[in-house]
Design a binder for this molecule. Structure first.
Ligand SMILES: Nc1ncnc2c1ncn2[C@@H]1O[C@H](COP(=O)(O)OP(=O)(O)OP(=O)(O)O)[C@@H](O)[C@H]1O
Ligand SMILES: [Mg+2]
Length: 459
């Protein structure tokens, strides 16, 4: 479950461990080699200074003095003649040193040479330098026991071991806290999403910080909120739809039953059938509109924009709508003066305008007039549809684009309204990047302003 955080923490721990091991090894080697170097240098310098004294003043006294001095220190001295024959020494050296002395190179230079630097396996570190006076010449060997060095390095190793173990311990603790810190918010989010997938949208993840994990938490919070509103909206919408369908269906059912009776007047039967026909077309319109909305919702519809010659389109719409207007005694006035073109989907544009004109007709009384005209603006065309109808109360205006929303339920139903027209119009307009606004005054009339962008590159 908490794999990713464990993995991350593990990678981190391993990386730090490798780094640490490398550093420790390097440090250890450096300390040891420096130490040996220092020791060798110091005995070499000492040997050289003995040589200087001998060359200045070669005498038995000097020799004794040097041997005495070295016997009081941790270093030892051996002075030999040219043929490696011992002249004097500060300690009693075993014959094991013979091989070492034999290995003295023939040319030593002024600084002398290091004879032995292996502190691990040999008893002594050793250097040699040569002296030469008028009467004598030979070698000054300096030795330093390696035992204390080994002791020192042993101690150093112990320190390194303690440091290594405690840092390993620390790393393990860091590993676990790190994986916990990383895991906790992830587990919380996982639980939250599980809850959401089970349909429980009451999740509220606390603010988890400003990093990516925090942002993810915020997104989950938002998702649950969105899903909650979506679920509520859907339930409401379904409720309204079934209500909308039930009413006409009840009529159809009722009138069918009556029409089926045998002993009724033929004229009445005709009337009932006419009502059934009317209600059926309401149902068909509702279902068609719902289908249209579903398509728009799913974004499966496409807007195929092209350059539309407006006047022919408006004339076509006028021809289509005029009979319906005229039969109700409403005049329809469509103006088209200039040679305007609009970059839009002609079928959708017609659908929008027909819907708006249909509203103007439905909610107007005989003797009134409806006027549609277009004005060109810098980057858009503005369609204005003004009627002299019943108008919409101010309090209702904010809702009329909602699905299934109708101002006066019963009246508008009589007129065959489903309350879906404007929501479809709004979606189509928005898909074109346009804007729609409605102003209305009760009893005076309604004006719809439709602004459609008219630039190819503005899509
Ligand atoms: N021009 C108008 N004048 C007065 N009221 C209007 C006008 N246009 C819309 N309305 C009100 O807004 C409501 C919503 O309009 P909409 O076009 O969405 O639905 P509808 O016309 O009732 O049904 P549909 O268009 O789906 O057949 C209408 O029921 C009506 O009350
Ligand atoms: Mg309508």
């Amino acid at each position: 479950m908490n794999k990713i955080s464990t993995k991350l923490a593990l990678y981190f721990t391993i990386a730090v461990m490798i780094m640490e091991a490398f550093l420790m090894f390097y440090l250890h080697e450096k300390i040891v080699s420096n130490r040996i170097e220092e020791e060798l240098q110091s005995i070499q310098l000492r040997g050289n200074s003995h040589r200087d004294v001998l060359e200045d003043n070669y005498s038995q006294d000097t020799l004794h003095h040097i041997a005495l001095m070295e016997s009081k220190t941790e270093t030892e001295v051996l002075i030999t003649d040219r043929n490696h024959g011992k002249i004097i020494s500060s300690a009693d050296f075993s014959s094991k040193l013979d091989a070492l002395i034999e290995s003295t190179p023939s040319s030593l230079g002024r600084e002398g040479k290091i004879l032995e630097s292996d502190y691990r396996d040999q008893r002594y570190l050793a250097t040699v330098t040569s002296f030469k006076t008028d009467s004598e010449s030979g070698y000054v060997y300096m030795f330093k026991s390696t035992a204390p060095l080994r002791e020192l390095i042993k101690e150093l190793n112990a320190h390194f071991l303690i440091a290594g173990i405690s840092s390993l311990f620390l790393l393990v603790i860091i590993h676990f806290t790190l994986s916990k810190i990383l895991t906790r918010p992830l587990i919380r989010m996982k639980r939250a999403t599980e809850k959401i997938s089970k349909g429980d949208y009451e999740v509220a993840l606390p603010r988890l910080g400003n990093d990516e994990i925090g942002e993810l938490g915020e997104s989950i919070n938002k998702l649950s909120k969105d899903l909650k509103t979506m679920k509520r909206d859907r339930a409401e919408f379904l409720g309204s739809i079934s209500h909308e369908l039930r009413t006409p269906l009840t009529y159809v059912q009722g009138y069918t039953n009556v029409a089926l009776r045998e002993n009724i007047d033929e004229k009445d039967r005709q009337e009932y059938l006419r009502i059934i026909q009317e209600e059926t077309s309401t149902i068909v319109a509702l279902v068609e509109n719902l289908f249209e909305l579903a398509k728009l919702d799913e974004n499966t519809f496409t807007i195929l924009k092209e350059h539309v010659e407006l006047c022919p389109l408006l004339r076509k719409i006028h021809t289509k709508m005029a009979p319906a207007f005229n039969s109700e005694g409403i005049s329809l006035d469509v103006e088209c003066h200039e040679d305007l073109t609009l970059y839009a989907d002609p079928i959708r544009l017609e659908q929008i305008l027909l819907n708006l004109l249909d509203n103007a007709r439905k909610y107007s009384k005989a003797g009134s007039a409806t006027r549609l005209h277009v004005t060109a603006e810098a980057h858009s065309l503005v369609f204005t549809i003004a009627d002299e109808g019943i108008g919409i109360p101010q309090s209702e205006l904010p809702h009329i684009f909602e699905r299934l929303y109708r101002v006066e339920k019963s009246r508008s139903r009589e007129l065959g309204g489903t309350g879906l027209g404007l929501s479809i119009v709004k979606m189509l307009v928005e898909a074109h990047g346009g804007d729609i606004s409605i102003t209305s005054s009760e009893g005076v009339g309604t004006t719809v302003m439709l602004t459609m962008p008219n630039e190819e590159d503005r899509e």
